[in-house]
Design a protein around this ligand. Structure first.
Ligand code: AMP
Length: 220
């Protein structure tokens, strides 16, 4: 599959491992990793007008208004690097966003190849999110365990995303169930959905994704 252009959506609850898998897939296959969460966090950190507008939503674990996100993604998809394939991570997150994306893509000459749905049981999601940290130096995501106090990649200090605090986690899962879960049926009906078992190690999940996208790669 190396070098093959694919336009994908990666879907799943917060903490399902979307970001980890998307980063690795994007690196291995030269696709653009388009994470709306990362774009918003960057805008907030830089204090841009968009960042100022969205900060309170992101901190509270609420969804940013659809129109802002649709504009952000629409602009990003028009940049030439997306022509080599992309992975949309964290978008769409509402049925309205999915419909708008459907309207947008043909005009940009883009065809959606597949939607990867990373399925993880709720109890595992809560457990993973409560152990999730980000390296303050290199930005690497780290699932903490006893004895880990620094980033295994660069030794930097670990910090928790403000929206990974326990109360906000519960709230974000509720937001996901209400707004984003309906997208699973929507993409299933379009025959675009690939359901991936998201339990087990990141490595195992990655292998499942690659096999699902390209069944011929099994055993390579
Ligand atoms: P994530 O990193 O994908 O978990 O996103 C972090 C936060 O950014 C979410 O809790 C929302 O506040 C906001 N966000 C990211 N993507 C979207 C989207 N597609 N629609 C609305 N809000 C979003």
């Amino acid at each position: 599959m190396t070098g093959s252009r694919k336009n994908l959506i990666i879907l799943g609850a917060p903490g399902a491992g979307k970001g980890t898998q998307a980063k690795r897939l994007a690196g291995d296959f030269s696709w653009v990793h388009l994470s709306t969460g990362d774009m918003l966090r960057e805008a907030i950190d830089k204090g841009t007008p968009l960042g100022v507008r969205v900060e309170s939503y992101v901190k509270a674990g609420d969804l940013v208004p659809d129109d802002l996100i649709i504009e952000l993604v629409g602009e990003r998809l028009q940049q030439p690097d997306c022509g080599s394939g992309f992975l949309l991570d964290g978008f769409p997150r509402t049925v309205r966003q999915a419909r708008k994306l459907d309207e947008l893509l043909p005009g940009l000459g883009i065809h959606l190849d597949a939607v990867l749905y990373i399925r993880v049981p709720d109890d595992l999601i809560v457990e993973r999110l409560s152990r999730r940290f980000t390296c303050s130096e290199c930005g690497q995501m780290v699932i903490g365990s006893a004895g880990i106090s620094e980033c295994p990649e660069c030794g930097g200090g670990l910090m928790r995303r403000p929206d990974d605090e326990p109360d906000t986690i519960i709230h974000r899962l509720g937001v996901y169930r209400e707004n984003t879960r309906p997208l699973i049926d929507l993409y299933e009906a379009k025959r675009l959905l690939f359901e991936i078992d998201g339990t087990g190690s990141a490595e195992t999940v990655y292998d499942r994704i690659v096999s699902a996208l390209d069944p011929d790669s099994k055993g390579e």
